[in-house]
Design a protein around this ligand. Structure first.
Ligand SMILES: *Cc1c(COP(=O)(O)O)cnc(C)c1O
Length: 356
């Protein structure tokens, strides 16, 4: 994938870089962006000439679809410096492209050609390469997204879109253990809905219940299924895993659960390490029982941002259940493998790592 293969990306460079103003020892997540952004417009039934231009505000009609009916989807991915600093790699970027297009189909949006996604990504990162942090745990966070931009307030599928990529450095993520609240009232998604699309609306609807959980002292919410409110789904930014009796278990994806790329990678790594894995329906009552009889030994969330994040407390029906994250061995082993592959200190036998 040579960056020069597609000449159709016009590039306009910044006059002055904001790089000198960035303190790489103190980067808050999601607030610092690089000098440039990738932008491509869709109208007349096709993607138009793509551009890489200085990072800047957008000018849009207040009537645009995205402001009213919320056609908005996104991806989250990372680029890493190899541990020996000999190069930059992306982790399974094709999976993000595939998932973005799955989300697009579900939200009635146009699909993005692979070359447009991959070349836009590679050229933008190449140009803003100096924004990729080198220290352990740090990386470049990449946010591709698409919005409906037709200036029309009638309810229908937009006929204009913007596909953009913005990128920015993110600091080390320490993966401090979190607590989660299990609601038997609010739900995130249900089968037949769009819980498995990476759509902005899935987040909008959960902000309020997550805020309520925070007020009760929990960091996040572990969502149950929408129909029965009995079966474990996911954390809403992360997929969820448990270790019960030495078996790694995670809910099977059923249309309501986002199919995390980290989730898939962890399942494959666990299998390669000989750890038994089950993807199946998991009742919250089963987890409570496993906690009470001592067979629940680990619980953790997985996602691009945190990679593997231990959970050391969950609340359900007015009761709290505690776990000791300092004793988590299986998740620690898996995380070590995954981070090692991403930073190229462990051989990538899966073919996941793509050189920039
Ligand atoms: C992005 C996301 C995840 C994690 O997916 P990864 O591909 O592992 O980053 C989990 N749940 C939801 C709802 C998400 O949006």
């Amino acid at each position: 994938m040579s960056a020069s293969a597609i000449p159709t990306i016009e590039t306009e460079k910044v006059k002055e870089s904001k790089l000198p103003a960035i303190d790489f020892n103190n980067i808050p997540f999601g607030r610092t962006f690089s000098d440039h952004m990738f932008i491509c417009e869709y109208f007349d039934g096709k993607w138009q000439t793509a551009k890489i231009q200085p990072y800047q505000p957008l000018e849009m009609s207040p009537a645009c679809n995205v402001f009213h009916y919320g056609q908005a989807i996104f991806e989250g991915m990372k680029a890493y410096y190899k541990a020996d600093e000999s190069g930059v790699v992306l982790f399974r970027p094709e999976k993000n492209w595939e998932r973005l297009n799955k989300s697009a189909v579900r939200m009635s949006m146009p699909e993005i050609p692979k070359e447009l996604f991959m070349n836009g990504l590679q050229q933008l990162i190449q140009l803003d390469r100096d924004f990729i942090p080198k220290s352990a745990g740090s990386s470049l966070y990449i946010r591709p997204f698409m919005i409906g931009t037709e200036p029309f307030i009638g309810v229908k599928t937009s006929d204009r879109y913007l596909f953009m990529i913005i990128i920015g450095p993110v600091g080390p993520y320490y993966g401090e253990a979190i607590s989660v609240l299990v609601y038997d009232t609010y739900i995130r998604a249900t089968k037949g809905g769009y819980g498995n699309a990476k759509a902005a609306g899935n987040y909008a609807g959960t902000l309020y219940p997550v805020e309520l959980a925070r007020k009760q002292g929990y960091k996040d919410v572990l969502w149950l299924d929408g129909e029965h409110k009995k079966y474990v789904n996911e954390v809403g930014t992360m997929n969820i895993f448990f270790v019960v009796d030495g078996v790694l278990i995670t809910p099977e994806t059923d249309g309501a659960i986002l199919e995390g790329i980290t989730r898939d990678s962890i399942i494959q790594i666990a299998k390669s390490l000989g750890i038994p894995v089950e993807e199946r329906v998991i009742a919250i009552d089963e987890i409570v029982a496993a906690h009470d009889n001592g067979t629940l030994t680990e619980m953790f969330g997985t996602g691009t941002a945190a990679v593997v994040n231990p959970v050391n407390r969950f609340g359900y029906k007015g009761k709290d259940y505690l776990l000791d994250e300092t004793k988590y061995t299986i998740s620690a082993r898996i995380k070590e493998q995954l981070v090692g592959i991403q930073k190229c200190t462990i051989e990538d036998t899966f073919g996941w790592v793509v050189e920039l």
